[in-house]
Design a protein around this ligand. Structure first.
Ligand code: MN
Ligand code: MN
Length: 308
């Protein structure tokens, strides 16, 4: 019995590693397409196609968030938005293998005046990862992230956004890794897997919901729905995405009158709609994110290319 248990444990970490390599290769592939004049829709589609091509499944829709938008922007169907000169662009990518997730993001900056802002996000993310050892308290990580970001310039960490534990088919598990000082936290344990993500901002360091969004997730409550379109969407989600976030674009390919049906499912509490998260208009936000396994020998990042 114990033999079976240990082999399935290895299997689990092997799947985390595989998902990480899918994301690492996708980051390399998509980075050259993130340029002035590029359509966000093309970046999203290229990213998502790459995840599939590399042998993963999508853990969430590709996010491409620009300037004061910190997170949760994914192109809606027919999105015409393009990258403009001076933009700062965050690309956030998620893949999974049998529910074991890799989540990683990078920032491309088209205004050299904000290179230090990107540096603040990257340096704080790596400083946090280095400190992710068994027994560390999450509040100590928050302190490291905040002080690293502030040491790079007049920047603030975004306080509502945090790193998060990854669990089977759960993108945001019960433990979070704060980006700011908090009074008390929880202990990090060996064998846990986390997405460490830090955000540096020239704005308020606080995000609010915009009134719209194009990413959804199935909620655990089961409410009966009558309309054919809504039922079709639910069965597609249960089959393809389960409890993981999905894009309006993916649904639009399967159901014609998807807008009405999606709104019905939101109103009935069947789906959650992720609102776009924004700091103050006119500011700039950078993000860095990697997925890592906590081991007694130190952090093992899954989302950078392995040299084997
Ligand atoms: Mn992410
Ligand atoms: Mn994340």
């Amino acid at each position: 019995m114990s033999r079976k248990k240990s082999s399935s444990k290895e299997d689990k970490f092997e799947k985390y590693r595989k998902a990480g390599q899918v994301v690492a290769k996708t980051k390399e592939y998509v980075r050259p397409f993130v340029r002035i004049g590029a359509k966000l829709l093309d970046i999203c589609e290229k990213t998502e196609q790459s995840v599939i091509k590399e042998g993963g499944k999508l853990a969430f829709p590709c996010n491409v968030s620009i300037n004061h938008i910190a997170a949760h922007y994914s192109s809606p169907p027919g999105d015409k938005t393009v990258i403009k000169e001076g933009d700062i662009v965050k690309v956030d990518i998620g893949a999974h293998v049998d529910g074991f997730i890799a989540d990683s993001a990078f920032t491309v900056n088209f205004d050299p005046d904000f290179d230090k802002l990107v540096d603040a996000a990257v340096a704080s993310c790596h400083a946090a990862i280095e400190a992710m050892l068994p027994g560390t308290n999450t509040k100590d990580i928050g302190k490291i992230v905040e002080s690293t970001i502030k040491s790079k310039g007049k920047f603030k960490p975004i306080k509502e956004l945090s790193g998060h534990i990854l669990e089977e088919y759960a993108l945001h598990g019960p433990k979070t890794i704060p980006n700011v000082r908090i009074p008390y936290g929880t202990k990090i344990e060996e064998g846990e897997v986390y997405a460490i993500e830090t955000f540096s901002s020239t704005g308020t360091g606080s995000v609010h919901d915009l009134p719209y969004g194009y990413i959804y997730r199935l909620l655990p409550v089961r409410t009966p729905v009558r309309s054919k379109g809504a039922r079709k969407i639910i069965s597609a989600v249960l089959k393809e995405y389960k409890t993981l976030p999905f894009s309006e674009r993916w649904i639009a390919k399967q159901v014609k009158a998807y807008k009405v049906a999606l709104n019905e499912l939101i109103t009935k509490g069947v789906f959650h709609r992720y609102k776009i998260l924004s700091d103050k208009k006119g500011c700039k936000v950078a993000q860095a994110e990697e997925t890592m396994i906590v081991t007694k020998d130190g952090p093992k990042i899954t989302t950078s290319i392995e040299s084997d």
